[in-house]
Design a protein around this ligand. Sequence first.
Ligand code: ADP
Length: 164
Amino acid sequence: MEERVAIYPGSFDPITTGHLDIIRRSAKLFDRLIVVVMSNYRKAGSHAFTVEERVELVRKCTADMENVSVDSYMGLLADYARQQKAVAVVKGLRAVSDFEDEFQQALINKRLNEDFETLFLAASSENMFLSSSVIKQVCVLGGDVTPFLPERVSQEIIEKLMKG
Ligand code: ADP
């Protein structure tokens, strides 16, 4: 049987414990999961980390997960999914705030490529309030963001954010 590949796209600027939770949970559902660092045009120019840095951070956090790989892509998600023969795109949903935007993206992606489904995983309650942008704000203002970052990369992320 052909392996079932899923992709998990996002900006990951930087990766948080919320992202890592979605990666762990979705990796169990598929033969292979590709985490894809993308450049969101609405956020372009405002990224704290370069694409290469973001990829490297995700790689370090997922090094012990055998069926997870990390990639970057600057084009259309629907095209990337086709190239990888992905059967699903995984998205994490935090309360209502993500819903409208994610629903719109799922529908447009379905129009662009009928071969994959968008799978929404509910954020776990402890990560519900977490976003990369909140972490960046709190960190720059001197708050301790260590609990919200994957342990392996927390110091590296904090140092980079403090340097600005
Ligand atoms: P953001 O900049 O909003 O933190 P990304 O663009 O990197 O997020 O998000 C990538 C994916 O991860 C999206 O599907 C997003 O909804 C999901 N996600 C982000 N933060 C969390 C979280 N704390 N818990 C679950 N899913 C999340």
